[in-house]
Design a protein around this ligand. Structure first.
Ligand SMILES: [Zn+2]
Ligand SMILES: [Zn+2]
Length: 133
């Protein structure tokens, strides 16, 4: 936990107990959770936790560039820590989200030079190897 406190501080985030637990969840699960999944899990440690606190904490992490939001569709938002650039693959059968490596150097995009880019996401959808078997 103390190790995580240092990380949060390095992003200019005061490491409260709730923030540490939410960070720890993202760090250790790497499962691209919804805010609800985080809430369900952390609530076991902090029974007084509100969903608003979870949302506010996630939005703070995003503002400080510690985490990112992945829009799966209009109704589903998931969260991920910002690590090295990677794409996501969503299995339409088991709903699991996999990280896929992307070579950013090889990835060429045209027509963006006049835009200020804050975030970029690459999402694949299909059937994972496990579900194909
Ligand atoms: Zn699957
Ligand atoms: Zn990811």
């Amino acid at each position: 936990m103390e190790r995580y406190g240092h990380i949060l501080r390095s992003y200019d985030i005061k490491p409260s107990y709730t923030r540490l637990l939410i960070y720890q969840y993202l760090k250790e699960h790497k499962n691209h959770p919804t805010a609800d999944e985080i809430y369900q899990s952390i609530q076991q440690n902090i029974p007084t936790l509100s969903k608003t606190t979870v949302y506010n904490t996630l939005h703070l992490f995003i503002k400080k560039h510690l985490a990112t939001m992945i829009m799966m569709d209009e109704t589903e938002t998931r969260y991920d820590l910002i690590t090295k650039p990677h794409a996501h693959f969503k299995c339409m059968s088991c709903s699991k989200i996999y990280d896929v490596a992307v070579d950013v150097e090889q990835f060429s995009v045209e027509g963006l030079s006049d835009y200020v880019v804050n975030d970029a996401q690459l999402l694949y959808r299909g059937i994972c190897p496990k579900c194909q078997a």
